[in-house]
Design a protein around this ligand. Structure first.
Ligand SMILES: [Zn+2]
Length: 446
């Protein structure tokens, strides 16, 4: 099962084992390696909110994802560069990724104009428990802290540049592909993303096509800027291209081919993935087979358990998502089983529920995190209800550890050729979901 496929270059990636389309790999960077499939925890403002980076690392997190848009506006890329780059600035000597800034720029524009989030993990048509609409609300809150009241757009897209208004102080800014690369070079992340336009699910096919083609032209400009510039911090950085094309088959296939041909160090799949897990599965099936198998593949914005299982089964190596940490801060705890040993709905429990007020048990039986080893649900709920800063930290540590245990289990399952059985073990209580995660065509046939 070991084929040792590898690619030379600054962003060396090895596929160590395969199981179906899934890969068990290793991404090597100047700041250490990442065993894949891997969850990339989000530290938007160069911090996993409320948690000491040593505790983040102790939970097993291998790589963090920071947002260029936010750091460009505050404190400014030049401040971070003066401090030796993001790793030193934030006390995280391990692998780091940054996005291009495009996601937040466009989150404040197009998707707000349409009144919808375009985060790919928002599936408004699914899950009757309200968790999806809750997630959508959170996404909107996070991507549009200052929604424009005039109804006017906060972003204007041109062929050569994007004009946008800072959500921090209303100042005006211009981003170009070259500027995005320069800012990310200065930040110094190990993996950078090409500047792309994110479209909303409500953009029509012709706009989505025009946007995708512009994203391809920007991708070429990003690569040219990346190749002609020096690595300012003295170590190699990698640049991933971003596949766009909305939830449209023709566009996704075209974008996957176009971005693959350009010769990036890796590929990210971005933008609108549709309105359901089923839509996301189809986007991955259109996209992933067209990608160079030797390159690492990152999926932007997926972090729920069925989404992770589906992405890994379809050959995704890394993915970032703010949900596990953001949800932790409001008492939404990741846990696999309920008191009867049945899988929890969406693998979550709401610690604010009064039923936990006197509960002496840990958040999750069998969890080896520092929170579960020391504290009861009753105490953690008390911290949350009292607004104590320790509460969100302890809950975030648990949710990060949950994700890392999930990922470690997936890596082991791929190594042993047991991924399908592993997915069924997680989702077998919901046969339709398990079928959908494992084989979309079976679902289509049904
Ligand atoms: Zn725990």
């Amino acid at each position: 099962m070991y084929d040792g496929e590898s690619r030379a270059g600054p962003d060396r990636f090895e596929v160590l084992a395969r199981d179906g389309s899934a890969r068990r790999g290793r991404l090597s960077t100047a700041h250490g390696h990442v065993d894949t499939p891997a969850f990339v925890a989000v530290g938007t403002q160069a911090s996993v909110k409320g948690v000491d980076p040593d505790l983040v690392a102790a939970s097993g997190v291998q790589v963090l994802f920071a947002n260029t848009y936010h750091l460009y506006l505050r404190p400014g890329a030049e401040v971070i560069a003066e401090h030796g780059g993001l790793h030193r600035f934030m006390g995280w000597p391990r692998p780091l990724m940054t996005d291009s800034g495009g996601f937040q720029v466009f989150s404040l524009g197009a998707s707000i104009d349409h009144g919808v989030g375009k985060l790919s993990n928002i599936f408004p048509d699914e899950q009757g428990d309200g968790s999806a609409s809750e997630a959508a609300g959170e996404a909107r809150a996070s991507t549009s802290p200052r929604r424009p009241t005039s109804g006017g757009s906060m972003v204007r897209v041109g062929e050569n540049e994007v004009h946008f208004v800072s959500h921090v102080d209303g100042s005006r800014h211009v981003f170009t592909p070259e500027r995005s690369v320069a800012v990310q070079r200065a930040l110094g992340a190990d993996v950078m993303l090409a500047f792309d336009e994110c479209t909303s699910p409500l953009h029509d096919a012709s706009y989505t096509r025009a946007s995708m083609e512009r994203t391809h032209r920007w991708a070429r400009r990003c690569l040219a800027a990346f190749r002609s510039g020096d690595a300012p911090h003295g170590y190699e950085q990698a640049l991933y291209g971003v596949v766009q094309g909305g939830a449209l088959e023709e566009l996704r296939r075209e974008s996957a081919d176009a971005i693959t041909e350009l010769g990036f160090d890796g590929i990210a799949i971005g933008g609108n993935l549709g309105r359901s897990h089923h839509d996301m599965h189809r986007v991955l099936e259109w996209t992933v087979p067209a990608l160079d198998a030797a390159l690492p593949r990152h999926l932007l914005g997926i972090g729920d358990v069925p989404g992770v299982l589906a992405a890994v089964s379809r050959g995704i190596d890394t993915f970032d998502c703010v949900a596990p940490t953001r949800n932790a801060r409001t008492g939404t705890v990741l846990a696999r089983l309920d008191d009867e040993g049945r899988p929890r709905r969406a693998f979550r429990l709401n610690l604010k529920n009064a039923a936990f007020a006197r509960d002496a048990r840990p958040l999750e039986d069998g969890c080896d995190c520092g929170t579960c080893r020391r504290f009861s649900r009753a105490y953690l709920r008390h911290l949350l209800k009292s607004g104590e800063g320790l509460g969100p930290q302890l809950l975030t540590v648990h949710n990060l550890r949950f994700m890392e245990r999930l990922m470690a289990g997936l890596r082991a399952a791929i190594e042993h050729g047991e991924l399908e059985a592993h997915v069924v073990e997680w989702l077998g209580h919901n046969g339709r979901l398990a079928d959908a995660v494992l084989a979309t065509d079976r679902e289509d046939a049904g």
